[in-house]
Design a protein around this ligand. Structure first.
Ligand code: PBG
Length: 344
């Protein structure tokens, strides 16, 4: 018996696949996947001070902004139809400690930024707040370290408090990126117990121990703190695939609203498997190293920036991602309107 989805007509010459590729109008009609600004979340790096705009050397075109300048960037994101931004703070080294006390300070940089953006823009844009301790620890790990090991349960207590101060400050989405076991359920309870049942949870569910995070660690200043240490005892092994489904299943049971795969382009198979297994919103993170690679090749004139950026993001949509975190978000929103982009 033939497969019901096989075409009824015979092969060449009655079937000519090129017919539906002949003109722009027909390509538009048969296309199954699309990319628009509505699918994008824009990560922004925040730093202390006023009027500060610092370039991130390993991510040309990406800056850290003090809160006042960050507001200008958020205004641009809203103007270009980007539904949400994701904030990452660069904590001054003087405020980093082994116990990450600064993470739960309701007046830390992250919370101040959330409050300022929420005050200015209300609910016009979603605010995704990263929950993990690495921007605040002197050792650069996402959790507390006891006897050279990142400990799970004690870390979760701090993550819960961190999530609550961020929710109080105006976060609409709490995004735990730490990969501790059981943190989604605990954070959900902590949010509900403090009256934040409307705050969403976007879990970095399948987050791999990837070398593609290098430039991000420069941007938030955790690279130096981490030194030669790795995150392999809590982030996933790049060789694992089934485990991603297990992680996602657990996070969904614990109350995640959206599950994320990270990094992006090297892990599209994982997005597809999750998509085919669970009927839930899936996010993918095109990480700093991916941004750096595409940017470097384009700067050398080896690749066409606009085309490869659009193609890379479309590949993530095709793999099944509902939404994409990407440093190219505002740039792409310009391209999709037929406009040129100049970084602010
Ligand atoms: C830290 C965190 C990382 C990223 C997002 N949150 C880095 C890491 O796990 O070391 C990476 C983002 C990127 O590379 O763009 N919890």
């Amino acid at each position: 018996m033939s497969h019901p989805s096989l075409p009824v007509r015979g092969p060449f010459p009655s079937t000519r696949m090129r017919r539906t590729r002949r003109h722009e109008w027909v390509r538009n009609l048969v296309r199954e996947n699309t990319l628009s600004a509505e699918h994008l979340i824009w990560p922004l790096f925040v730093c202390e001070g006023e009027g500060v705009r610092e370039a991130v050397p390993s991510m040309p075109g990406v800056n850290r902004y003090s809160i006042d300048l960050c507001l200008e960037q958020v205004a641009r994101a809203i103007e270009y139809g980007i539904p949400a931004i994701a904030l990452f703070p660069k904590t001054p080294t003087s405020k980093k400690t082994a116990q990450a006390e600064e993470a739960t300070n309701p007046n830390n940089l992250m919370c101040s930024a959330l409050r300022a953006i929420r005050d200015r823009f209300g609910d016009q844009i979603g605010l995704v707040a990263d929950v993990a301790l690495d921007p605040y620890t002197s050792h650069g790990h996402d959790g507390l370290v006891v006897n050279d090991y990142v400990v799970n349960d004690q870390t979760i207590d701090i993550l819960c408090r961190q999530a609550v101060v961020q929710a109080e400050a105006g976060a609409s989405v709490i995004a735990p990126s730490d990969m501790m076991d059981g943190r989604i359920g605990s954070i959900r309870n902590a949010l509900d117990d403090s009256g934040h049942h409307e705050v969403l949870l976007m879990s970095y569910a399948a987050k791999y121990a990837s070398a593609f995070y290098g430039p991000f660690r420069d941007a938030v200043g955790s690279a130096g703190s981490l030194g030669k240490a790795t995150k392999k005892t809590y982030q996933m092994d790049p060789a694992a695939s089934d485990e991603a489904l297990h992680e996602v299943a657990l996070d969904l049971q614990e109350g995640a609203d959206i599950v994320m795969v990270k990094p992006g382009m090297p892990y599209l198979d994982i997005v597809r498997r999750i998509r085919d297994t669970f009927a839930v919103p899936v996010a993918i993170y095109q990480v700093s190293g991916e941004y750096a690679m595409l940017t470097a090749a384009a700067q050398n004139g080896w690749l066409d920036r606009r085309s490869v950026v659009l193609e890379s993001l479309l590949s993530m949509r095709r793999a099944g991602a509902n939404m994409i975190l990407t440093y190219f978000a505002l740039e792409v929103a310009h391209y999709l309107k037929g406009e040129e982009y100049v970084a602010g």
